[in-house]
Design a protein around this ligand. Sequence first.
Ligand code: APR
Ligand code: PHB
Length: 393
Amino acid sequence: MKTQVAIIGSGPSGLLLGQLLHTQGIDNVIIEQRSQDYVLGRIRAGVLEQGMVNLLREAGASERMDREGDVHEGVFLAFNGKKVRVDLAGLTGGDTVMVYGQTEVTKDLMDARAKAGLTTIYEADNVQPHDFYTDSPSVTFTKDGEAITLECDYIAGCDGFHGISRKSVPQDKLKTFERVYPFGWLGVLSDTPPVSDELIYAKHERGFALCSMRSATRSRYYVQVPQDEHVEDWSDDRFWDELKKRLPPETATKLVTGPSIEKSIAPLRSFVAEPMKFGNLFLVGDAAHIVPPTGAKGLNLAASDVSTLYRALTATYQEGRADLLEKYSEVCLRRIWKAERFSWWMTSMLHRFGDDDFDQRIAQAELDYVTGSEAGLKTIAENYVGLPYEPLE
Ligand code: APR
Ligand code: PHB
């Protein structure tokens, strides 16, 4: 088998990259170790920055998002029994975010890919990139017991945090940075109307809580739980009781509860791998970096990596500008570290880290300061809507 760009992983990174390259006539094949249904069954975040919205439009996969997605002009921060609105649009000169689930983005990209007749190989075993320091890299895998070699010009490692791409690069050329937080988020999806039209990020002495949504009839809520908590110990009733305790009273009384349709615990982690280019192998999205979900940046960072790689590959194939690929790592990492900082900061300010009273007062004072200052609110707003994409030159 032969293609121009071999893409490992059919999460949002791989699918978006594949679709964008296709619009420029650049051939690509996706190799995914799981089934299509498994990939679509994962419930993830749902807040898209304008940059990602634009890319989905450019990829020709935005029709349903433009119809069903919900544009949000603000978010709330709740603490001490009150809510403060961050007027995203007002504070940024009109920027907004789009609330549209990652699962839906993935489905739309898969549909667009099928319509374009592009090849995706699901349930591929033993996926392995090779020879990426040469001009003839390849990806090998087995499918239904048959060993297959995919020859290519470039490999995009879009295979997430646990993928094979980052593990396959020379480890002495890789530097990683990591912070693991001593708690996780217990999330519940339910077919109930959202408690608020806009997201609420709540700080409480019992821990953080988040009210989010997927549509006018489907809600997504989270509460901070200790790292070693088991989801089986959380009945729906226990979850709703805990959530209500952490919200301002006027919000808690409005909360409509119902049976959960999904319930899971996700650990919180900050992680960056440097560099993101190893010869002709590029790490993209979660394969290179993880943020805690508090700033809704995971999916959006994946999109900005994709944008940078897509533009560099297009310039390479169409104008012979392979020099732009050399800038991939540095351009991506500048934006990644700013989003890492924002996600870490929001996490630090809004969660309960332990029993140290001093730390708790400091975090409280910080939130009080930031929400009481125009400059503070602006800092949150401009990071939340997404920092600009840096051009390659
Ligand atoms: N071979 C082939 N595919 C693999 C391999 C492998 N060895 N390992 C993992 N994969 C696949 C996974 O099954 C998954 O479908 O790679 C895909 C990676 O997808 P994601 O984990 O969703 O990562 P990415 O596409 O970068 O998406 C951006 O940012 O913060 C998050 O929630 C956000 O998941 C989103 C991510
Ligand atoms: C979600 O809707 O799942 C969600 C929204 C915002 C976040 C994290 C998760 O910051």
